[in-house]
Design a protein around this ligand. Structure first.
Ligand SMILES: *[C@@H]1O[C@H](CO)[C@@H](O)[C@H](O)[C@H]1NC(C)=O
Ligand SMILES: *[C@@H]1O[C@H](CO)[C@@H](O)[C@H](O)[C@H]1NC(C)=O
Ligand SMILES: *[C@@H]1O[C@H](CO)[C@@H](O)[C@H](O)[C@H]1NC(C)=O
Ligand SMILES: *[C@@H]1O[C@H](CO)[C@@H](O)[C@H](O)[C@H]1NC(C)=O
Length: 392
């Protein structure tokens, strides 16, 4: 009897010690950036964990340019919010909802928990997957873009871009990335600046092939691209308590079946110059990139592009969008919008010249205006193929 009980105590004690040591090992492996005892942790149905981290403890602010940065909780002027029409009865013309099941307490923001290994992997992959290039230097082996771009005019800049992106799940393997995104960019290759938001399948980063929400920023300095995806490095300041970057997007659109969309936009605040990421039908503010991060996005962006980008370190480029399914069945954007002046709204009237970019492996076509449901739309995509053939 006695010895049984002792044995039980010993087992309980040993399992407790084991748990404690496992916990501390795990603690050490996790990204120290996001590990200052979170107020709360939210789990997703996909098995990811988001820690609610104090606003001023989020990784964004560890950037040397953001030492004394005062967080802007909302834009100084919010035309979209004022015009937002939140009525509607949930038809599929709406953006999908990617909010976490639960919000972080006020004063904290959700940062996905990841290991230090994943953080360093993310930084290395970003440099490899985000070379310095713009439209005029586009034939880089291992990269391809298909979609629409604003035609460069020396005196024109844009203060925002948006659209509804169809959600697809292109086939990609290790070494390949396939994304659908909106980019705001500018500058010569040696000081090129970029913000890109959308979704991507990035097998080497996430070790899965899900379609995940992402927002990246980049700035070329000393001939090297700096910046990163999401909150893997300092830069993006999150203010929203429930929209989670890195979140898998579902449902996936079905070729010749139902289509699902995520609505995203990036708009520049008139007084601070910060670039806000807005999500969903009511343009919920997720957070922003301080304008001090960029050399060429201080007062507007010289170029905008919407469409698919793929990259590969293998000898094949992956599928883009939903593959090659022709004008009416391919991946597409609806309600392409841009903002002409600081402090105005996104505008669905395209009064500038847009160029359609496509190549041997990836098609794109402009559908112009197609009524209320579509707004200004275009399609794009392809099955991919040999790197040397697809990059030219
Ligand atoms: C949405 O609501 C309006 C007004 O109640 C109705 O006329 C319309 O049929 C509804 N649409 C759908 C798809 O349910
Ligand atoms: C994604 O991965 C799963 C599991 O490995 C696989 O069954 C599926 O076919 C993959 N999907 C795509 C689009 O590659
Ligand atoms: C792209 O790079 C070229 C070459 O340096 C430069 O002249 C052009 O202005 C850049 N385009 C944009 C949109 O910044
Ligand atoms: C949108 O842009 C067009 C063309 O520049 C302009 O005529 C129109 O007034 C703008 N609409 C809004 C709501 O700003």
């Amino acid at each position: 009897m006695e010895s049984h009980r002792e044995l039980r105590y010993t087992i309980v004690l040993l399992s407790f010690l084991l748990l404690v040591s496992l916990y501390s090992i795990q603690g050490r492996l996790e990204d120290p950036a996001a590990r200052r005892s979170p107020v709360k942790t939210i789990r997703t149905e996909y098995g990811d964990k988001y820690d609610c981290v104090g606003l001023y403890e989020q990784p964004a602010l560890r950037h040397r340019l953001l030492k004394n940065h005062e967080i802007q909780m909302r834009p100084s002027f919010d035309p979209q919010r004022d015009n937002a029409n939140p009525t509607g009865n949930g038809t599929s013309d709406k953006s999908i909802d990617v909010a976490l099941m639960d919000s972080c307490p006020s004063g904290t923001v959700p940062i996905r928990r990841r290991s230090t290994a994943e953080v360093s992997r993310a930084k290395a992959l970003f440099r490899q997957q985000f070379p310095s290039f713009n439209k005029s230097t586009r034939n880089i082996p291992g990269f391809a873009f298909a979609g629409i771009t604003t035609r460069y005019e020396a005196t024109t800049v844009y203060h925002g871009a948006g659209g509804m992106i169809s959600i697809n799940n292109p086939a990609a393997i290790s070494g390949q990335v396939s994304a659908s995104a909106i980019s705001l960019e500018g500058g010569s290759p040696d000081q090129y600046s970029i913000i890109r938001v959308g979704w991507m399948v990035n097998v080497d980063l996430y070790h899965d092939n899900q379609t995940r929400l992402y927002a990246a920023w980049g700035q070329v300095k000393n001939r090297q691209m700096t910046g990163c995806y999401n909150t893997y490095c300092p830069g993006f300041v999150q203010t929203d308590t429930s929209i989670a970057l890195d979140m898998p997007l579902t449902p996936i659109s079905v070729v010749r079946g139902p289509q699902y969309y995520v609505k995203l936009s990036v708009t520049q605040d008139k007084s601070t110059g910060n670039w806000w990421l807005n999500y969903g039908d009511n343009a919920k503010r997720v957070g922003y990139w301080p304008s001090s991060l960029f050399t060429n996005l201080g007062n507007g962006a010289p170029g905008l592009r919407w469409g698919g980008t793929v990259s590969s370190s293998t000898s094949f480029l992956p599928q883009m969008g939903n593959g090659d399914n022709g004008q009416y069945q391919s991946a597409h954007f609806r309600h392409v919008e841009l903002q002409y002046e600081a402090g105005t709204s996104l505008n669905g009237t395209i009064a500038v010249t847009l160029d359609v970019m496509q190549n041997r492996c990836y098609k794109s076509g402009d559908n112009y205006y197609k009524g209320e449901f579509w707004g200004y739309s275009f399609y794009f995509g392809g099955d991919g193929g040999d790197v040397t053939q697809c990059s030219s």
